[in-house]
Design a protein around this ligand. Structure first.
Ligand code: SAH
Length: 253
């Protein structure tokens, strides 16, 4: 069997929620739907590049299934996640963007057999994103913000780069958010944002040697008002950010 040329192997673009994917669907040319593993995968061209759009669904296990299917079934050569997250680091505010340098699972605790947060049998706690793809994503996000995409409501929005924590919990209490931040930071993991999928996708991508990058728009501060207007924010702000960032990223690949 001859190897597939690199230009025809697609880039996967993952989102957690349907509303997050909407902006990307509008960009997709020649869309073709393939249903597999209980999920809809949308194949097509975006900005002249072959892509597969997929919903991770919510939580680490669902995201790992989607990521594995993208690699095994669709042969993707790189994976990019766009979504929303709660800001937990100082100065990480609603409307800001966080590009992941690496991920940790904040709910993983196999102590005392293994150190808190370490993924057993991997010998590691943090899973890095791909530096080159992450640099491109950071530039794409910075440019999207600078060009005023969806930022009228957040004129002081910033792009951050750093550690994101994932876990099977929607963090929606000021006390819980602070405890999570302080425990991770105290253990040497200064976390900027919390969500529910990224670390799982990072782990699958490490297993398969597939470059991975992730960007999250801050939808809430993971505090007591975290649920307020969440769907509206995703639809009106995050989905537009995703559109603007991915369009710019694909232009650079
Ligand atoms: N209300 C939504 C469910 C959202 S679950 C619904 O009705 O469908 C939260 C999603 O946003 C997850 O995909 C997670 O990755 C991300 N997220 C945003 N803010 C979060 C927070 N404070 N804690 C955990 N995940 C958060």
């Amino acid at each position: 069997m001859s190897p597939t040329p690199a230009s025809t192997t697609p880039t996967a673009i993952l989102s957690a929620l349907l509303q997050e994917q909407q902006g990307l669907m509008e960009l997709l040319h020649h869309p073709r739907k393939v249903t597999h593993a209980g999920r809809d995968f949308w194949l097509g061209d975006l900005h002249g590049r072959p892509v597969v759009l997929a919903l991770s669904k919510i939580g680490k296990v669902a995201a790992a299934t989607t990521a594995t299917a993208l690699i095994e079934r669709f042969g993707v050569r790189r994976m990019v996640f766009t979504g929303v997250a709660g800001g937990v680091g100082a100065g990480v505010n609603v409307g800001d963007i966080v590009v992941a340098s690496d991920f940790v699972q904040h709910d993983l605790d196999a102590s005392p057999l293994f150190p808190r947060y370490e993924v057993p049998l991997y010998g590691r706690t943090r899973f890095d994103t791909d530096p080159a793809l992450t640099a491109l994503l950071f530039n794409a996000a910075s440019e999207a913000l600078a060009h005023g995409q969806a930022s009228q409501a957040f004129p002081n929005a910033r792009v951050h780069q750093g550690l994101i924590a994932s876990g099977d919990r929607f963090v929606s209490g000021a006390g819980e958010s602070r405890a999570l931040h302080d425990a991770l930071t105290g253990a040497g993991h200064p976390v900027l944002a919390v969500e529910m999928e990224g670390a799982a996708v990072a782990q699958v991508c490490l297993d398969y040697g597939v470059p991975f990058a992730a960007v999250r728009t801050i939808s809430d501060r993971a505090d007591d008002s975290a649920h307020v207007d969440f769907p509206k924010f995703v639809e009106e702000v995050a989905s537009r950010y995703a559109h603007a960032i991915i369009e710019r990223l694909l232009g650079r690949l």
